[in-house]
Ligand binder design. Sequence first.
Ligand code: HEM
Length: 607
Amino acid sequence: MVRCSIGPLSRLASPRTQTRRIKSSGYRAEFPSFTLPSLTMLVSIFNSSITPTFTLAGFRALLPYLPLITVATTVASTLFFTAFFFIVAALKSRSDHSHIPRDLPFVGKDDKEWFSALRANWRGWFQSISLYVQGYQKYSKNGKIFVVPTWTRAPQILLPPSMATWLSMQPEHILSAKDRTFDSGEFFVLFQSDLRLRDFPVQFKYTVGHPHILNNDMVELLIKRELTKTVGTLNEEIIEEIIKSTDDLYGGSETAGEWRERYVFDSLARAVGRVVSRVFVGAELCSNMEYVNAGTNFSKMVSISSYILHLFPEFLKPAVSILVTLPSKYYARICMKHLEPLIEQRIKDMRAKDADPTYPWEEPNDYVSWMVRESFKRTSATDTSVYNLAYRIVMLNFAAIVTTTIACANTVLDVWSAPDAEEIVEELREEIMSVLSETNGVWTKAAVNKMHRLDSTIRESSRVSGIGGTSLARQVRATDGVTLPNGFVVPHNATIGVSMDGIHFDPENYPDPKKFDAFRFYRERMEGGKRNVDLGTTSSKYLLFSHGIHSCPGRFFAINDIKLMMGHLLLNYEIAPRPRREPNISLGDIAIVPESATMQIRRRVKA
Ligand code: HEM
């Protein structure tokens, strides 16, 4: 036995000796009949359990066939995986489509085609935005319902805009906004006549887990009760953070006049992440870029892994998700590494201060403090454990950072790629300087509210470049289905909504709808009698933040941040006009900012 195991090792010493010894060992003579290389390999693997000498000998015999083996195994495995994925995708698509009422028109699907459901889903992946707009023109405009395929969310039943207000007011127990996002349930849905589990966009069940954290009311409550109340009052801190981050990213005053090239989305994500974190976690942690970048990357990775998971039927997701969600879990862990000690310390300090008012510590006015105070009023472990509190901040970042960055990035790309970029920028600068001259340069809440041209520019950018897809997306929770205002009954668990781009690009709502007209809303405000309409105003015709009972509760905070960020960039930086506006990328049923888009930016030389 000893000789056998040493033998092969000693033969590795020199290739030339190896060849000679192979021949002299009579290996070929020993296994002459195994002409099929793969069979030889199998046998040699089998042999290896008996005697390692044969293993190496078998391997050597294979050497001349290696190129052939490589080609054969590559072709075989490619064929196998292609067939496997095709079957899986075809099954998933059929299952996705089987729950849609047959009498509804389906845009992007032709029943006469082979694998019509699969093909429709494929179109829904890459062309969904144009399918939404087509269906809107053909059906919604005529007051009809239609269905559009999406790979990522199963087919969507889209209602005409006349039903948008009705839809936005439906209570949660009839039409649920939450079921679509925070779903949790059994795995083997492919075999159930149940749309519910296949239809949640970010697949929190797999990408995040923690249903007890996600379904908790605390985040939303604190946004509505505390965060919105403080909007405007923390502007000094926010501006301070904007200055620090933009100095780092785009250059401080000492670099005035020097052009830099920066990725629009990535650089703004860093700045926004830091600014948002100042209000969420305080001055110290917000400048820790490991934490800030992990928060942004977590949000991105949750979305990306959810897209990948949507390629698989439900029964495969538990297995696939183990691998696919590794990056988001990695970034969540980095965030938690910083958040847990911060929250533990905050709890200690708060308790000490409550017990003894002379305790030398001042309670920071940030989200962590509001959350810990709220947790003191509660008793369940779900509401009070440090882990859960910390994870809620991770989820708050998910709601806040990427969404706010998208709005900033779209505004930069739309303004500086517009043919009249210089005039727009000039008018915006004039407005900002004129308003700030009344407040000695302080960004008060009242001052920010007076910047109507800036407000109009961001609102218009989000209209033409917004996320697209389905707005007011709701899942039918009522077990008997829901009866629409026109009498049609949508079955239990189907998903309904309205076409956001259809509405935002409808010439009846917005003349010359495809044009980025920065001051469109400003003119409407000044001349069209819409004095109270601003970026935070939702309606059935403006759906950036949705509308009705589930409209985004964080929007006032987001809007304030975006205005401060854009205002600071406009006043202190020059961005070179861009030759073209790279189109947003249609993926699934949303459009995302092209991450490769760059800008030339330099600090302005002040007179
Ligand atoms: C430009 C930035 C933002 C955009 C475009 C945006 C957009 C939206 C949209 C479209 C919804 C879905 C509403 C529905 O289901 O009908 C939503 C929900 C939500 N957003 Fe935002 N959001 C932004 C920023 C924020 C920020 C900064 C926060 C937190 C501070 C936040 C917290 C939330 C929460 C908690 C919900 C769930 C509300 C519910 O289900 O009732 N969002 N947001």
